[in-house]
Write a protein that binds this ligand. Structure first.
Ligand SMILES: CSC[C@H]1O[C@H](OP(=O)(O)O)[C@H](O)[C@@H]1O
Length: 353
């Protein structure tokens, strides 16, 4: 799926360091940071320089390699450091399961080489970690393309789509999850009108989604989060499609704060609410949304903005970065293996075979 204007890549392996697009500076500045240590990657994830569940997992995978590449010793000594670096990177953010999925995959790869193939050479193991991180990124690009193909079967030429936050190329290896079908629709010459919620308080919608889609030449209208109801009431939206950071085994969906409200509005207006995600975002080990850890972030994200303080000093602030949409509001979950509908408990388990 080649589009005229490909979205910027958020994570780029540069041969001996990681070039990472500092998404905090978008849309005004396009700045790539050269990361050389696991600490650099931890800090980039924590402070949303890189964000979006798949992109976080990809960055963390490279972070494991950056964390062990200077270590000397045999394979067992290097494996111990791999596990230590993975456990450290796992503390950067709590909600997006792709972070833990990617780190577990790096640890499992090392374990398979040592126990399965009897690897003893530490240098070979380090190179295997780099290869695995590169593989994770390459697989995510293909996964997002497939998600786009399946999602497109639910949309049509001339449709109005509303999305919340950014689940585009900036949140993944390329193409995105929720935005993937929009790029594909453009390639097919469809006329799709997108309404992008600005997504307070960090404004991923206005800063990132509106930026990505405008760069791609896709018809996007930016709205404040509190305008979604009116836009739906005017009949301008025929589908909502969002990404997610973790889908529980029963189909409850954790996503950017405000998503639950959009899902309730969609139901109230009889509009389908679709969630697009790779299987790596589906966490069968978390039974329901109640068990998904919800990250709370600094109050300054809420009280500072537009270059000045926008709230009285000392006021109490609640700043959850995510909320959970109960599965009964989810029309379908779109993955690289196809579209999943309720009953989610049974059908998500089937997805994994
Ligand atoms: C394709 S995952 C995108 C997902 O990640 C965002 O969260 P954050 O920007 O805080 O990393 C948001 O929940 C998006 O839906």
């Amino acid at each position: 799926m080649e589009t005229a204007q490909q979205p910027l890549q958020s994570v780029v392996w540069a041969g001996d360091h990681l070039d990472l697009l500092d998404q905090r500076l978008l849309p005004e500045e396009i700045v790539y940071l050269a990361l050389t240590t696991a600490e650099d990657v931890w800090e980039a994830i924590r402070h949303l320089k890189v964000r979006g569940a798949p992109a976080i997992g990809i960055a963390a995978a490279f972070g494991v390699y950056l964390g062990v590449r200077e270590v000397s010793g045999d394979a067992e000594q290097v494996q111990a450091e791999i596990n230590r670096q993975a456990d450290y990177l796992a503390t950067s953010r709590p909600t997006a399961v792709n972070l833990f999925w990617a780190l577990d995959r790096m640890k499992a790869k090392a374990d398979a080489l040592l126990t399965g193939e009897g690897l003893r050479d530490g240098e070979v193991l380090k190179e295997a970690m780099l290869s695995e991180a590169i593989q994770i990124q390459a697989e995510d690009e293909e996964t997002c393309r497939l998600i786009g193909e399946h999602a497109l079967t639910l949309l049509h030429d001339g449709i109005g789509v509303l999305t919340h936050c950014n689940a585009g190329g900036l949140a993944t290896a390329k193409y995105g999850t929720a935005l993937a079908p929009l790029y594909l629709a453009q390639e097919r010459g469809w006329n799709v009108k997108v309404f992008a919620d600005e997504t307070r308080p960090v404004l991923q919608g206005s800063r990132l989604t509106a930026f990505e889609l405008q760069q791609a030449g896709i018809d996007v209208t930016l709205i404040c989060d509190n305008m979604a109801a009116m836009v739906m009431s005017k009949g301008w939206v025929q589908a909502v499609i969002v990404g997610t950071d973790r889908v529980a085994a029963n189909g409850d969906v954790a996503n950017k704060i405000g998503t639950y409200g959009v899902a309730v509005l969609a139901k109230a207006h009889g509009i389908p609410f679709y969630v697009a995600c790779p299987m790596s975002t589906i966490d069968l080990n978390t039974p329901t949304g109640a068990e998904i850890p919800i990250e709370e972030r600094n109050e300054e994200e809420v009280t500072e903005g537009f270059g000045k303080r926008t709230a009285p000093r000392g006021v109490k602030v609640f700043n959850p970065a995510f909320d959970v949409t109960p599965n009964e509001y989810v029309t379908a979950i779109i993955t690289e293996k196809g579209v999943v509908q309720a009953p989610y408990g049974e059908n998500l388990r089937k997805l994994f075979g």
